[in-house]
Design a protein around this ligand. Sequence first.
Ligand SMILES: C[S@@+](CC[C@H](N)C(=O)[O-])C[C@H]1O[C@@H](n2cnc3c(N)ncnc32)[C@H](O)[C@@H]1O
Length: 98
Amino acid sequence: MGICDATAIEVVHSDYMLANKGKEAPIRFAALAAIYDPQTIRHLETLGVACGLHCLEVGAGSGTIAKWLADRVGPTGYVLVTDVDTRFLEPLRGGPPL
Ligand SMILES: C[S@@+](CC[C@H](N)C(=O)[O-])C[C@H]1O[C@@H](n2cnc3c(N)ncnc32)[C@H](O)[C@@H]1O
């Protein structure tokens, strides 16, 4: 059976390994933010994220980068965030438009 043969594709249902619903998720997100946010932010600064830009973050997780983006683009900008599980992003709805 070749790799181009559709019958070779097997669809297996499995939960996402790092699901946000896990009780350890806040600790994992805090660790990820502590480790990766500084370099992510440096990269975004290098890209020129600035006032008024419109941004899309796919897989926004705990929202730390979404919040940074929102602060950075300011009230004239716009940040749209998505995630398969938005539970950590819901509290951000009450703030300025992301
Ligand atoms: C490690 S967090 C990334 C957080 C943030 N973007 C950052 O760079 O710090 C990964 C997030 O991606 C989400 N995710 C995984 N697969 C996804 C998909 N197919 N579509 C949207 N979000 C997804 C997960 O639910 C999780 O919240």
